[in-house]
Structures are given as C-alpha cells and as structure tokens.
Design a protein around this ligand. Sequence first.
Ligand code: NAP
Ligand code: F7E
Length: 345
Amino acid sequence: MLKKIALITGVTGQDGAYLTELLLKKKYVVHGVKRRSSSINTHRIDKFYKEIQNKNSNFILHHGDMMDTPSIYNILSKIKPNEIYNLAAQSHVAVSFEQPEYTANADALGTLRILEAIRHLKLEKKTKFYQAGTSELFGGISKKPSNEKTPFYPRSPYGVAKMYAHWITVNYREAYGLYACNGILFNHESPLRGETFVTQKIVKGLTKIKLKKQKKLYIGNLYARRDWGHARDYVYAMWLMLQQKKPDDYVIATGKQYSIKDFINLVAKELRLKIFWKKNKNKKEFAVNENNQIIIETDKRYFRPSEVNHLLGDASKAKRKLNWSTKINIQKLVQEMVSEEISKN
Ligand code: NAP
Ligand code: F7E
C-alpha cells in the first residue's frame, strides 16, 4: 500500500516535533519545512535525524519560509502531499506587538499562500489542509467556556492575523471545495515548549532557583487564566480532523482553567520549593523563600498592551465528533516538564 505523504510547516516548533513523531509512527512519509537560520534550529527534531540520514528515509526536510511564495510552490509541486499541517507562525503574542507586520505576513498571508498554491497546483481533490488556529481568537472577554459558535474578539496583532487565517481557510473550503479545517487550540505545553512562553519560563526559572543556579524569576501578570493541555494530546486532535468524511472546525481544550500564580504554585510543589506570597506597600505581589529572600517578582516588561485575562474552552464538539479527549492533566504536565528540566541541569 502506498504511504500517505504529509507536509508540516513549522516542523521545528513544539507541535511540529510531536506531530512528526505521531505521523512517523503511523507510517506516513513526513516532509517538514524549516527556515534557514544562522544557528541550528532543529533541536526538537534531532531525534529523527537518523531517519534523515537514511537514504530511504520517511522524514525529509526542505528549506522554506511562509513569506516566500516560490519556496511554498516548489515544495508543494514536488511532493504533492495528501495532508498539509500549517503550523508555521510567529506564535508569540507579546512579540506580535513589537513585530505586527511580520506577524501578519507570516501568520495571515502565509496561510493564504499555501491555500493558493493548493488551488493553482490543482491539488484540491488530493490535499487536505489543517490550519493551526488559536484560542487567542476569542480574546477571553467572556468568562464562559468558548466553543465553535463563540464570536471572535482578538486582542493582539497575533490574534488578528490568526483571525484572517481562520476565515480564509473557511472561505477556501466554501468557495473551492477544499478539505480544509481550523483547529482552534487552547494553550498546550510540554517539555518542548519554547523558553519564553510562561509555563516553560516558570519551570526553568524555579528549577534553577531550587538548584541555586539563579536567584530570581521576573514575571508579568499573575492573574491571567489559561486552559492548559499537553501538546501530545493536541497534535492527535489535528490528525483526527483530517481523517473525517467532511472538513470542519473544532475547539480543542481541557475545560479547566488555572492562573499563572496557580501554575507557579504547582511547579514549586513539584520541586518541593517552599514559596510564600506577600504584598508590598504598593500592593505589588512577590514571593519569598523560607529564608525570606525574594525569589519571584513582577516586572512591567512582561505585561502586554492589551491582555487576554480569561481563556477557557469547551471541546464537546471534538469529543462528540472526533471522539477526542485530553489524556494528560495539568499535574502530569507539570511533572513531565519539571523532571525533563531537572535532567538537563
Ligand atoms: P512554535 O514552537 O513557536 O513553532 C512555530 C514554528 O513556526 C517554528 O518551527 C518556527 O521556526 C516556524 N516559523 C516561524 N516563522 C516562520 C516563517 N516565517 N516561515 C516558516 N516557518 C516559520 O509554535 P507551536 O507552539 O509549536 O505552535 C504551532 C502552531 O500552533 C503555531 O501556528 C501557533 O501559532 C499555533 N498555536 C499554538 C498554541 C500553543 O499553545 N502552543 C495554541 C494555539 C495555536 P523556527 O523554529 O525557525 O523559529
Ligand atoms: O502567556 C502571562 C501572559 O506567552 C500566557 C501561544 O502559544 O497560547 C500562547 O499564547 C499568559 C499571558 O501564552 C509572563 O500575559 C505572565 O496572559 O505563555 P504565554 P499566550 O499568550 O497565552 C496561545 C493559545 C497561542 O496561540 C500562542 O501561539 O501568561 N504572563 N508573565 C507571561 N507570559 C510570558 N510569555 N512571559 C511572562 O513572563
């Protein structure tokens, strides 16, 4: 039987690595798009490197960029994939305020470039398309759980760019009959999470403090609340979306919500690091250790021009139609992230 061919943009990122692992296990031939970088950016997929060196490898990397139309056309026309997972993006919300145009180009127009390439190369009947959508579309104005019918209200250039990507995916599905799906994924983390996202920053910072390699952790808004799952569960949902009879859009979430402060407390507990929360005269919060030394402080640099305070998802459609549910809870997620970090120190 012929093997299915998948193309993953953003293969060097957190989700790219977990999805590569899943698809190789499912015997796909996996092609990944990586961008040229002056320093090596493949650490998350190095474990598949043996595969790359093998002549009959099922894992093949191509240089490309979401801003570079020819590279997208060349890769698609060469490999004619059965499935495309568009995971590439400038994915950092805070950075999107500093680089709004870049974010729009890569995240919004990058999606359009792939959809147009599918159409022009006449791959509409062959190629299924997954778009990496986000809970940032909701903006978290309402405290109620968001589902596929909740109106969007993005609160960052990243969220706005992803909103374009969402609707252009819906539009190409309706206008040209493409099998195209939006996964509206709530935050998902893992030991492979980028170091500047809050969960990984907390795990790394507190582990180093526990091991006396760092004195303090500086953090932003302690009271933002997120619905955090594990990336391994979430890439499985991406795959499921492309295995259905009809394309559709799905919210993927755990349905449980924690604050940044809760996450800090969970990590400290896992590390057996005693922390005591206090407030100064100006009501600014900080945390001390058992020797009354300040180990966590808030810093304005990490607050955003417009914050998303609450995110909570309702994934009942995914449960009903995809038979998907989250397997790894936040306690297990924290355990895995902490134990991986300890092993590196
Ligand atoms: P990530 O770790 O930041 O990975 C992003 C990937 O995109 C990296 O491989 C990055 O390459 C690549 N990339 C960035 N700009 C590019 C460009 N111009 N051309 C080609 N590649 C580019 O993100 P992630 O957490 O795996 O998330 C995967 C996708 O899901 C993203 O689209 C993100 O916006 C979306 N999403 C994530 C979450 C979450 O909680 N993780 C939730 C909802 C949606 P380098 O390695 O070279 O930087
Ligand atoms: O922030 C607060 C911050 O950067 C979470 C991306 O994968 O998920 C991610 O976006 C919260 C925010 O993730 C710090 O203000 C406090 O309220 O980990 P984050 P995010 O912005 O939710 C969505 C679903 C995506 O689609 C994105 O691609 O934590 N926070 N202190 C901090 N955040 C950071 N980064 N650093 C801090 O020091």
